[in-house]
Design a protein around this ligand. Structure first.
Ligand code: ATP
Ligand code: MG
Length: 418
C-alpha cells in the first residue's frame, strides 16, 4: 500500500481530471459505493474458485454484530448491488463510472499492490454489441487524451454458458489426457474451473494450453453475430485488435465480449485495462435480470506507463507570492491576496514565523523557490500611497514596477487571459 505524495499526486490529479472529462464526453455519470461490502456479495458475484475469492480478499468479521465483511477487491459487484438496491434501471439503461481504491492480498511487485486504484465504467441495461464497442473505444480515447501510443487491444468472446459448457467438457478431456503435465494449481482447477487453467502464467503449461480446444469453435450463431458486430465497429473506426482465444479474464461473471488493453512496456504486469460483458451478474446478485458491460483500469499501471514515457502533467505555476517587508502590512496583504484568489489567481502568502516575516532576502529566496510567477511586495511607504510592487520572477531581467492597488483587478484579469 502506497502513499501518493506531491509532486507525484499532481500526475494522479491530472489523470483523474482527464478521466472525468472523458466520462462527460461519453455521457457516463459518477457512482460512489462503500469500500466495505458484505463478503457474500463478492463470493457470489466473482465466483468461489477465482483468484480473488480464493486468496486475495481482505475479509473480517464486524466485531459489533458478527457480519462477514470485505474490503472491496473490485467495484463491479458493489455498483451492481447499488443499481439493484436503488432500482436504478427502472427507466432504462445507465452509464456509470467510478474511481477509487481496491484491496487485494497479493504478492506485492511492480504493477501489483495490495491497495491499488481503479477507474471503471459499467454500462448497465444495454445488451447490444454497440455498447461493447463504446466502452472499448472510451479506453482508446483515454490513451489518446493522455498521449499514450502503442497500447494494444486484445479481444475474445466467451459465448454463453451452454457454449462454455460444451467447450469445458472438451477442455477437461484434453487436459485429463495430459494430466501428468499439469501443475498443482491446474490439477486443483481441472474440475472446479478448468477455463482458468488457460489463464495460467506457468511457462511449462503453455504448450498444453496452446493445443487446447478453442471456445471460439464452440460458439453458436447468436454469439458469433454479437462478436462480429463488435469487430465491425472496431474495424470501421480503424482500431486494430488481436483475437486472443486464451483471454478468459479473472472473474466468472463474464460472457460474450471480453477484452484487455495491454502495454508491452510494463513487464509482466502489462494489462492496463480489462473488461467485458457480464449479462448474468445483476440477476446473480439478486437484481432484476439486465445485461451489462464494463471495464476496470489499473491507475498505478497507467501512471507507471506515463512516467516511463516521460509524459508529465502540465505544470501550473502559482501566480503570485506575497512578500511582506514589515509585519504591519500583513492584514492588508492578506486582504489583497483574498481578492486575487476570488478572481481565480493562485497566491501564496509568505508565512511569517513567530518572529515575523524575516529579511527581504530570505523572503525573495522562498518566493523564487516556490516557483511563483510574480512577487507582490507590500511595502509600508507604497501602501500609504495606495500602491504595491510587482516583480516578475520567471522573466530574464524582469524589472520590478509599481502598481496602484486599484489596478490590481485588471492586472489579475490580464494574467488569467495570458
Ligand atoms: P491480473 O491478471 O494482472 O491479476 P486481474 O484479472 O486480476 O489482473 P482485474 O480484476 O480485471 O485484473 O482488474 C482490472 C485492472 O486492474 C487490471 O488490468 C490491472 O490493470 C489492475 N489491477 C488488478 N490487480 C491489481 C493490483 N493488485 N495492483 C495494481 N493494479 C491491479
Ligand atoms: Mg489478479
Amino acid at each position: 500500500m502506497n502513499d501518493i505524495l506531491p509532486p507525484e499526486s499532481v500526475r494522479w490529479e491530472w489523470f483523474e481530471h482527464k478521466v472525468r472529462e472523458l466520462m462527460h464526453r461519453y455521457g457516463y455519470l459518477n457512482v460512489r459505493t462503500p469500500i466495505v461490502e458484505p463478503t457474500p456479495l463478492f463470493v457470489r458475484g466473482l465466483g468461489e474458485v477465482t483468484d480473488i475469492v480464493e486468496k486475495e480478499m481482505y475479509s473480517f468479521v464486524d466485531s459489533m454484530n458478527g457480519d462477514p465483511l470485505t474490503l472491496r477487491p473490485e467495484a463491479t459487484a458493489g455498483v451492481v448491488r447499488a443499481a439493484s438496491e436503488h432500482s436504478m434501471l427502472y427507466d432504462g439503461g445507465k452509464r456509470l463510472f467510478y474511481i477509487g481504491p481496491m484491496f487485494r492480498h497479493e504478492k506485492p511487485q511492480r504493477g501489483r499492490y495490495r491497495q491499488f486504484h481503479q477507474v471503471g465504467v459499467e454500462a448497465l441495461g444495454f445488451g447490444g454489441p454497440d455498447v461493447d464497442a463504446e466502452v472499448i473505444l472510451m479506453a482508446r480515447a483515454l490513451w489518446r487524451d493522455l498521449g499514450l501510443a502503442e497500447v494494444r487491444l486484445e479481444l475474445n468472446s466467451l459465448g454463453q454458458s451452454d457454449e462454455r459448457r460444451a467447450h469445458r467438457d472438451a477442455l477437461v478431456a484434453h487436459l485429463q489426457a495430459h494430466e501428468d503435465l499439469l501443475d498443482a494449481d491446474a490439477r486443483r482447477r481441472l474440475h472446479s474451473n478448468p477455463l482458468r487453467i488457460l489463464d495460467s502464467k506457468n511457462p511449462a503449461l503453455q504448450p498444453l494450453i496452446e493445443a487446447a480446444p478453442r471456445l471460439m469453435d464452440f460458439l453458436g450463431e447468436a454469439s458469433l453475430k454479437h462478436f462480429d458486430a463488435v469487430r465491425a465497429v472496431l474495424d470501421a473506426v480503424g482500431q486494430p485488435y488481436r483475437i486472443n482465444p486464451r483471454l478468459v479474464r479473472g472473474m466468472d461473471y463474464y460472457n460474450l465480449t471480453v477484452f484487455e488493453w495491454v502495454s508491452d512496456k510494463l513487464g509482466a504486469q502489462g494489462t492496463l485495462c480489462g473488461g467485458g460483458r457480464y449479462d448474468g451478474l445483476i440477476e446473480m446478485i439478486g437484481g432484476k435480470p439486465a445485461p451489462a458491460v464494463g471495464w476496470g483500469m489499473g491507475i498505478e499501471r497507467v501512471i507507471d506507463l506515463l512516467k516511463q514515457e516521460r509524459i508529465e502533467a502540465p505544470v501550473r505555476a502559482w501566480d503570485a507570492y506575497v512578500v511582506i517587508p514589515d509585519a504591519a502590512a500583513l492584514p492588508q496583504a492578506t486582504a489583497t491576496a483574498e481578492a486575487l484568489r476570488t478572481l481565480g489567481l493562485s497566491v501564496l502568502l509568505h508565512a511569517a514565523g513567530k518572529d515575523g516575516p524575516g529579511s527581504m532576502k530570505s523572503q525573495f529566496r522562498r518566493a523564487d523557490a516556490s516557483g511563483a510567477r510574480h512577487a507582490l511586495i507590500f511595502g509600508a511607504d507604497e501602501l500609504a500611497r495606495g500602491e504595491l510592487s510587482i516583480k516578475p520572477l520567471r522573466e530574464a531581467g524582469g524589472a520590478q514596477r509599481s502598481l496602484a492597488l486599484a489596478d490590481l483587478g485588471s492586472w489579475a484579469q490580464e494574467l488569467r487571459n495570458a
